[in-house]
Design a protein around this ligand. Structure first.
Ligand code: ATP
Length: 321
């Protein structure tokens, strides 16, 4: 008997066309209960379009979405109240205090009396804004509004949270607070999908990452899997005396070098040899043939690995000081 619980989110071959533009292009993935997944991609990659469909706010052109066992396309009403959606830019009602705003949403969820009051107080505490309860919303800073948006999303105690660029525009302290909120919510067992175009921001919050470009998933996996992939490649800056052309030709004629970029004082290249010993032998051979002054090896980090996936023509990485 298979005891694996069914995924909380199951997307299959999902596409969304705007005219002829494939904003989301045959995407499939699943999310398990309690997973915190980061959706990373450049501007226009399709993150918001994908998230809006998951939040049942937009209909796909084709494909299927199952959320909490329900067909989210045919029967969005069955699961909408179990999904929390935090858009990147949400409208607030300006002539309203923070407490009244949350109270309004708690009413919309059918909460009554003490339960409603306790819920609002708990969310004010959780998001760290109890002191702002009587402040008018239009007097809040960007970070304070984000906290209020988070509190609003949690009013109905949803199981699946979808946050579109929640940390954009926040200062470092507000970002730290936000990260802590995500950790706390994950501990409570929420399943969370967060988008950003800043990988470092997501990498500290998410167990898994999905990398999108042009409406498609380019790569996905756990942080460890992606880091392994990143560290499999070493970028090396090689400085030589005089004209770098012979150096570039030498690298091009060998196995184990890719993305060779000529530079004024040498070249930069990615070494794909799989051991330090092999790399050492290769560099020794190079020094025997050409007037080499300096090597500066550098492991790729996760951000650079993603850039390299995105573009086969990497700009050279400058040598470290
Ligand atoms: P960003 O990081 O800039 O928010 P994104 O990854 O969220 O970008 P989307 O907003 O999903 O990207 O947009 C994906 C593509 O679909 C873009 O080319 C965008 O111009 C286009 N698009 C989005 N919404 C619409 C719409 N309503 N009508 C036409 N095109 C749209």
């Amino acid at each position: 008997m298979n005891n694996t619980p069914p995924p909380i989110v199951e997307i299959h071959d999902l596409s969304r066309l705007f005219g002829t533009l494939h904003a989301v292009d045959t995407i499939s993935f699943t999310m398990q209960t309690g997973q915190v997944v980061g959706l990373i991609g450049a501007n226009g990659a399709g993150k918001t379009t994908l998230m809006r469909m998951l939040a049942t706010l937009d209909q796909p052109t084709s494909g299927s979405i199952s959320i909490l066992g329900a067909d989210a396309i045919m029967h969005p009403e069955l699961i909408r109240h179990r999904i929390g959606w935090m858009p990147d830019d949400f409208n607030v009602y300006n002539n309203t205090t923070v407490r009244d705003y949350l109270d309004f949403f708690a009413r919309a969820y059918g909460l009554k009396g003490n339960t409603r009051r306790d819920t609002v107080n708990r969310l004010l505490e959780f998001t760290g804004i109890p002191d702002l309860a009587d402040r008018f919303i239009d007097k809040l800073s960007k970070g304070q509004k984000q906290k209020l948006g988070l509190a609003r999303m949690l009013v109905g105690d949803p199981e699946l949270l979808i946050l579109d660029e929640p940390a954009a525009g926040l200062d470092p302290k507000a970002r730290l607070d936000f990260k802590q909120h995500i950790h706390d919510l994950a501990k409570q067992g929420k399943t969370i999908l967060i988008s950003s175009h800043i990988l470092s921001e997501l990498s500290e919050m998410c167990s898994d990452l999905i990398f999108m470009d042009n409406g498609k998933i380019i790569k996905s996996g756990t942080q460890d899997e992606l880091l392994q992939m990143a560290s499999a490649e070493t970028d090396i800056f090689i400085r030589c005396i005089g004209d770098p052309a012979p150096l570039v030709r030498w690298l091009e004629n060998r196995d184990g070098w890719q993305r060779i970029v000529p530079l004024p004082q040498g070249a930069s290249a990615v070494c794909t040899l799989d051991s330090d010993e092999a790399l050492s032998a290769e560099l020794k051979a190079l020094c025997l043939e050409l007037p080499i002054l300096e090597f500066t090896p550098r492991r790729r980090n996760l951000e650079e690995a993603f850039v390299s996936i995105l573009s086969e023509h990497l700009p050279p990485i400058p040598p470290q000081a």
